[in-house]
Design a binder for this molecule. Structure first.
Ligand code: ATP
Length: 463
């Protein structure tokens, strides 16, 4: 243990990490790249690199595990991205999935009228749109966020379709299938993850608001009278889930929507907000959608979407919906985990990610890579571990530099093969957070790692 030489330079504050630091780390270490870069990019569009993909997979798997695998009352679904356009007429999205848009006649930029507080004037970025004497904003008008496309070889009004702006509607139109074929009765839920598309007026703040993102939504169908109770239940569940991913409690809060903020379908919504570098913002929404969606689809399609009990009782269930995107979780986790420190005389950037979501769980490092004995032992250990875990083998450069490379991508442990390994078949385990080192038998590394991954983990408290 080297307590004392470990000095935290996060300046005591919980919010001092900047989005620029996160963007730069993501780029440097290949988590996320600006998309179409060789063609000059496409605004607010990103591609995920190796570590980004691994981390996204962990987030999605954690969600599916808690929503589907560990529950008796929720089943999975994977519906199409392009649905019959009648779905979006019935759901109210064609008429009402809009944001208020204003143009500035001076700087020619467009803004969301309800987010002017978060926007910057095109001529004087230190001011909000409308604050400067030169600003000349139009009246707000409604702008539909759905992307249109054409289905089939013929172009025309009859072939117009939409890329889904939420995954939820794919669930509602499968309600009857699941009720009958999966033989469910309320309360029960249907969960799905997948890409959604919104032509956001002002995308930005890295992955926080993008036009293409991966949603994770679960529609929970309940007897109408029980909806308020289930709404509370899901707010609690989802908050606990985010804490379980390693987010700090003080960075999360629950904020009920004011009446005028509610979406066209919602009778109550609470946002789970995270204190991003841009301030408190919605991480996840938990909405009570009432019977709005099932009723709309029943009327428009002529198919009854209701539950009929064994005694003949019938009702249209209410729906409670927790909805979140992987992108917003991804950014929150990186902001929460990012630290710059001085250890001894050296600086390091470290991602203190929960081992559950870290893209790489452990590194295997031969101390002297030119030493054949160490190289062979390291390679054998790596080959054994990679069958079960996401692990990395690194034999290039000084050991200190290799440790720092792993710290920067959030790898919780490193197993180092050194001279002693050749004598007594033990390796050192280095802990990313405490920098403590211990020796364990090489034959026990896999089971040590398995146990370590199952141990509860909490974010460290800065000294
Ligand atoms: P906002 O008010 O920030 O535009 P919203 O209330 O429209 O969000 P919902 O329709 O409730 O968002 O979407 C559910 C979840 O999907 C959000 O809580 C968020 O996690 C995610 N999400 C929505 N829009 C985006 C986006 N453009 N980029 C990334 N994630 C998004």
């Amino acid at each position: 243990m080297i307590a004392g030489v470990l000095m935290w330079i996060r300046y005591g504050s919980v919010t001092d990490v900047t989005m620029d630091q996160i963007v730069s780390l993501c780029r440097r270490r290949g988590f996320v790249f600006p998309s179409s870069e060789i063609y000059g990019g496409l605004s607010s569009t990103y591609d995920y690199g190796h570590y980004g993909v691994l981390m996204k997979n962990e987030i999605r798997q954690a969600w599916l595990r808690s929503m589907v695998q560990e529950r008796d009352d929720i089943v999975a679904l994977d519906s199409a991205v392009i649905l019959n356009p009648a779905v979006w007429e019935a759901s109210g999205h064609v008429a009402g999935f809009t944001d208020p848009l204003v143009d500035c006649r001076t700087c020619k930029l467009r803004f969301r009228a309800d987010k002017l507080e978060d926007s910057h004037c095109g001529k004087r970025p230190s001011k909000k749109p409308g604050e400067d004497a030169q600003c000349d904003l139009t009246e707000a008008r409604q702008f539909n966020l759905m992307f249109q496309t054409q289905v089939g070889a013929m172009e025309g009004a009859s072939s117009t379709a939409y890329l889904r702006p939420e995954t939820a509607q794919g669930i509602f139109i499968n309600f009857k299938n699941v009720l009958q074929i999966a033989r469910r009765k309320p309360p029960f839920g249907i969960a799905q993850t997948g890409k959604s598309f919104r032509n956001e007026i002002t995308p930005g703040n890295f992955l926080f608001r993008v036009r293409e993102f991966e949603q994770m939504e679960m529609e929970f169908f309940v007897p109408p009278a029980d909806a308020p109770k289930w709404h509370e239940y899901w707010i609690d569940q989802r908050l606990s889930w985010h804490l379980g991913l390693g987010l700090r409690r003080e960075m999360l809060r629950v904020r009920p929507h004011e009446a005028e903020e509610l979406s066209h379908y919602s009778s109550a919504t609470s946002d789970i907000e995270y204190l991003y570098p841009i301030g408190w913002q919605e991480l996840e929404g938990v909405a009570n959608r009432g019977d709005y969606d099932l009723t709309q689809h029943a009327e428009a399609s002529g198919t009854k979407l209701e539950f009929v009990g064994p005694d003949g009782e019938r009702y249209v269930p209410y729906v409670v919906e927790p909805a979140v995107s992987i992108e917003r979780i991804f950014v929150a986790l990186l902001c929460d985990a990012y630290y710059e420190e001085v250890v001894g005389e050296r600086e390091r950037t470290v991602l203190r990610l929960s081992p559950r979501v870290a893209p790489v769980k452990a590194a295997v490092l031969p101390l002297i890579s030119k030493d054949e004995g160490m190289a062979t032992q390291a390679r054998n250990l790596f080959e054994e571990l990679r069958k079960r875990f996401s692990v990395e083998h690194d034999d290039s450069g000084q050991i200190g530099r290799r440790y720092r490379r792993q710290d920067e991508i959030g790898t919780p442990w490193a197993f180092t093969i050194d001279e002693q390994t050749l004598e007594d078949e033990t390796v050192t385990v280095r802990d990313r957070d405490s920098l403590a080192q211990e020796r364990i038998p090489i034959s026990g590394v896999a089971s040590w790692l398995l146990a370590a991954l199952e141990r509860p983990w909490s974010p460290p408290v800065a000294a």
